[in-house]
Structures are given as C-alpha cells and as structure tokens.
Design a protein around this ligand. Structure first.
Ligand code: C5P
Length: 404
C-alpha cells in the first residue's frame, strides 16, 4: 500500500523526536521513500547521521547556507512528496503553520505543500490545553490537516496528562489507512448519521441529557466523507466542529427533532448508521416557566421518545443498509444480537462500558461488530478515527452485497 509512496517526515524540537527514528523505519520497511525536514532545534534531539542512515536521504534543515546548491529546495521537495507527516509537532511549529509563518526549513516546506498533511502534536499538557494552541489546532483541523491526537500519560517534563506524542506504529497506521482510503470506495453514496446526545427540556433552564460527546459519530462522518460519501449528519448538542464539504450537518436538540430529521432524510439514503445516545424518555409536560422548589421531593412524569433506529428499520427498503450502536453493561453480545433483530438492522456496533478506554468522551474505543449473518468480529482498543475506518469497511462490504 505504501510501496513507492513519497513521504516527507517533518521533525520539530521535542524530546519525542527520538521516537521518529522508529517511524522512519516503519515507512522504509513498508517500501516508502522518506525525506526528512527538520527544524534546527530538532537536530538537538536526533543526529543527522541517524536520520540520514535510516531515511537514506540528506536531511533538509536550513533554507539558506553553503550546503544548499540552490535555495528552492522546499518547492522541489514538496512537489516530490505524496504526504507530509510532522512528528513530533511542537506548539511552535503548529502555531507557525496555522498562522502562515515560514521562517525555517520545516515551516517553509509546510506552507509550500498542498497535499495531505498529518500532524502528531507532542508537548506539556498545559501547553496542549493553552487557548492559543487549541485555536491553532482547530485551524489545522478545519483545513483538512489530520491531527493524530497525543496520548495521555507520563510526560518527559514530569507531568501526567495529555500531550505525549502518539506511538510511531499508530502514526504509521493512520497514514497507511489514509492511503488505503484514497480509493474513494463510497463515491456517490448517501449516508445518514446521527450523533451526540439529545437534551429533553424540563423547563426553560433545565434538561435531561447524557454524557455522549458525539466524538464517535463525528469521526465516522469524517471517515465516510473522506471516502467519497455524501453525509447527512444529524447532531445533538455537541461541542465539535467539522468542515468537510461532503458533510451536511443538521443540528437538533431533542429526540423528537432528531427523529423528524432522520425520518425525513432516510428515504433518499443508501445507508444510515445511528450513533446518537438518544434519551429514551422525555418529560411528559413541558413547563414554560422555571419549575420552583416547592418541597423536598419533585416527581417528573416521563413519556417514551420514539425509537429512531427501530422506526428506520420499519421503513427500510431493499438495498438500504441500516446499522446502530449498542452500549451495554451486562450480557453484551446477547443484548446486541436481540437489538439487531428487533430493530431490523444489517449490523450493530457493540461498545461495552466495562472496557477501559471505550464509551463516552474518550478518544479511543473498543468495539465488536455483529451482523445479521451471525458473524461476530472483535477489535482491539484503538483511536475513534481507526474505529471509524473499521465500521466504514463493514458498511462498504454490505453496500456492495446489497446493491450488486
Ligand atoms: O435500544 P438502545 O437505545 O440500546 O439502542 C441503541 C441504538 O438505537 C443506537 O444506535 C441509538 O442511536 C439508537 N436509538 C435511537 N432512538 C432511540 C434510542 C436509541 O435511534 N430513541
């Protein structure tokens, strides 16, 4: 898959640069050609000899100087490459890249590059959370740069938190899977997604909600769109943004609004995957004024919301693929299988809250896929981005069969 691909690996000045040596090895072993662009500070952490021996190419780390026989190396290099991977990416290089500053070999090359860029941040957790850094990261995201989120854990500075550069094999996998998807195997397909929680109003200031953040559904929306699908994303109240032109987002708040949007869109769709954590019940009566404290107890009467997935299952036509999620705490497989049948699904994605790193709010997930042919496939704990790829592969398999 990576045989003959041309990759620039950009290295900025962080201690994680030592791990980049392993990353270069992984690309070379997969048959890719690698050229290194480094900042001057990066060269404190790794030696030129290691980088040049592993990549089998000269390191480019100075825009001007006696060793540069001509001064447009950043252009010839960026024209040459298919993808650019910055690992580690410090707060500084991300800040320069997001704001159009080109004052060294790496920032200049990034500005001259108009193909796929991957960025693997590495820094202290406080720097990671800094408002300016987060704004810069969002700018990159909105410009289709793929962020390989740092992991949480022990940091070289002694802190524990988010900021540790992702392991080389994970970075490698994300780049590899991007090249694999470049095949656009969902071109022309229309896919409906629901994502996030729903909020059910009690009165003008209070609601019943849940801890869903929408991360899994949004990762799936991006994956589907990158592979060519036209995505209709019906999103509950979430704090996430996306900018892919292939995604049409409809924001809703309550289960009833999500139901209306999904039922309206589904007949035009080739497939639907419902990831939303929909409230099963809503207050029976909506108070137009704020409910006052009148005693030591308050009884709220709740009534059932429509089951969106089951309703789509009832109107599903032949050729349409329908999938849902099951978040379970006990008898996981049995419960998921019974939902699959009851709601007339083609496949269901099972999450167990018992698995560490799975479920709400995390950047990772661990899933089991169960389908209506009684196949059960378990997957490792991985980033939601890579989980989205596994789910999309399953959808592609089903669409091929249904629409053959
Ligand atoms: O039955 P349960 O709520 O566990 O089913 C989960 C699946 O059903 C998820 O895919 C969820 O998005 C969907 N669902 C729905 N409408 C509801 C409840 C769940 O679409 N009211």
């Amino acid at each position: 898959m990576l045989q003959g691909k041309k990759i620039i690996i950009g290295i900025s000045g962080g201690i994680a640069a030592y791990k980049t040596l392993f990353l270069i090895r992984l690309f070379k072993k997969a048959g890719a050609e690698v050229r290194i662009v480094a900042t001057e500070n990066a060269m404190w952490f790794v030696t030129r000899v290691s980088l040049e021996s592993l990549s089998q190419n000269k390191v480019y780390d100075k825009v001007f100087g006696p060793e540069n026989d001509y001064t447009t190396e950043h252009i010839s290099l960026t024209d040459w490459a298919d993808a650019f991977v910055v690992a580690p990416a410090t707060a500084n290089i991300i800040g320069k890249y997001a704001n159009g500053i080109a004052d060294d070999a790496l920032s200049t090359s990034l500005m001259a590059f108009d193909k796929k860029v991957f960025v693997a941040p590495a820094m202290n957790c406080k720097m990671y959370e800094n408002f300016a850094f987060q704004k810069n990261l969002e700018t990159l995201r909105q410009n289709a740069v793929q962020i390989i989120e740092p992991a949480e854990g022990y940091l070289a500075c002694g802190y524990e938190g988010k900021g540790r550069m992702e392991e080389p094999h994970v970075i490698f996998q994300q780049v590899q899977s991007w090249f694999a998807h470049d095949r656009k195997d969902l071109q022309g397909k229309k896919v409906l997604l629901t994502a996030g929680p729903t909020f059910e109003n009690i009165d003008p200031v209070r609601y019943i909600g849940n801890y869903s953040t929408g991360k899994m559904g949004f990762a799936l929306a991006e994956e589907l769109a990158e592979r060519g699908a036209e995505v209709t994303l019906v999103a509950g109240p979430v704090n996430l943004s996306l900018q892919h032109p292939g995604i049409h987002r409809i924001d809703v708040q309550s289960a009833q609004q999500m139901y209306d949007a999904a039922m309206n869109a589904f007949p035009r769709m080739d497939a639907a995957i419902l990831t939303a954590a929909v409230a099963d019940f809503r207050p029976a009566q909506l108070n137009t004024e704020k409910v006052k404290r009148t005693g030591d107890t308050l009884t709220l009467q709740l009534i059932a919301n429509p089951d969106i997935l089951a309703s789509l299952g009832q109107i599903k036509k032949s050729g349409q693929v329908l999938a849902g999620f099951a978040l379970e705490t006990t008898n996981e497989v049995e419960n998921a299988q019974s939902k699959l049948k009851k709601k007339n699904l083609d496949f269901i994605v099972l999450n167990s809250l018992k698995d560490k790193g799975a479920g709400f709010g995390t950047d990772t997930n661990k899933i089991t896929l169960l389908d209506n042919k009684n196949q059960i496939t378990g997957f490792e704990l991985k980033s939601k981005k890579l989980v989205a790829k596994d789910i999309t592969d399953k959808l592609v398999e089903y669409l091929k069969e249904h629409q053959a």
